[in-house]
Design a protein around this ligand. Structure first.
Ligand code: HPA
Length: 282
């Protein structure tokens, strides 16, 4: 495990990580992409890709969850240079919350100013079905942890604003692309708790009453750091299952990855087009 916690200065660690990355790629990504459970294959579609094993990057927290590969993939979608995280780091693996978001500080160091976050999520909104894609419009942080806690890391402000975390122009853009491609999309608020256990039925009723449309175990740490660094963020959840109590049967990770795999085609089309059109926006 890395030592990028609140007690050791993060900047020298970031510089060391960046030096390692620079030895393996000359690409300067403009867009960052974090791929959720079962959605990592998108990284394999990037053109002229340089794949860097996360485990070889100094200070990068190792991924331990099954089905997550653990690579930073640098490549292009047409002319647009991107970096994709294939196998994100999760809080439930036992890493510190700042370590979970380490990759976003790295991306910022690489020049990324636009970020797409994706995840697998359980549907809480009764209108959602497994296989739906949801545009994230806001989140509820039920991790009760914050990667920005501790000494201020320049250029992040002490008290970052949380308006428009999910950039409204990107929300509109994703809706437009959905119409252009004939991909129906939902919109909603992502509720994030630590996992790794799925929610109880009573917790899911609470989530609904508190305003959540989908539940997940990721994404919030990365978005908090991205926003503190002034990046613009787009978010897409893949509804892989109905949350506990809304679904009839038990939940399994196998079901989550199977449904994510089934929506692969439309997810790839949507994200590809989003990258192209996001790059053309300010
Ligand atoms: N709950 C939390 N996280 C998830 C779920 C869920 O039902 N499905 C996929 N990730």
């Amino acid at each position: 495990m890395t030592k990028s916690n609140n007690h050791s200065p993060i900047e020298p660690q970031l510089q060391e990580s960046l030096r390692h990355i620079r030895r393996f790629t000359t690409l300067h990504p403009r867009i960052g992409l974090i791929l959720g459970s079962g959605l990592g294959d998108f990284a394999d579609t990037l053109e002229n890709a340089d794949r860097i094993a996360a485990s070889a990057i100094p200070h990068y927290p190792p991924s331990t969850v099954e089905g997550h590969k653990g690579f930073l993939v640098f490549g292009r979608v047409q002319q647009v240079p991107v970096v994709a995280v294939q196998g994100r780091t999760h809080f439930y693996e036992g890493h510190g919350i700042a370590q979970v978001a380490y990759v976003v500080r790295l991306m910022d160091g690489l020049g990324v100013r636009k970020l797409i976050v994706t995840n697998a999520a359980g549907g809480v909104n009764p209108f959602f079905r497994p296989g739906d894609l949801m545009i994230i419009v806001d989140h509820i942080n039920f991790l009760f942890q914050n990667p920005l806690r501790g000494p201020v890391v320049a250029p992040e402000p002490r008290f970052p604003d949380m308006h428009d975390n999910y950039h409204p122009a990107y929300v509109e853009l994703i809706e437009k692309i959905g119409l252009q491609l004939g991909i129906p999309l939902k919109k909603g608020v992502l509720f994030v708790s630590t996992g790794p256990s799925y929610e109880t039925a009573a917790e899911v009723r609470m989530v609904r009453r508190l305003g959540g449309d989908a539940v997940s175990m990721s994404t919030v740490p990365e978005v908090l750091v991205a926003r503190a660094r002034g990046m613009k963020v787009a978010g897409i959840s893949c509804i892989t299952n109905l949350a506990t109590g809304i679904s009839s049967g038990p939940l399994s990770h196998a079901e989550v990855t199977e449904i994510a795999n089934r929506v692969k085609d439309k997810f790839h089309k949507l994200v590809r087009e989003l990258i192209l059109q996001m790059d053309a926006l300010d």
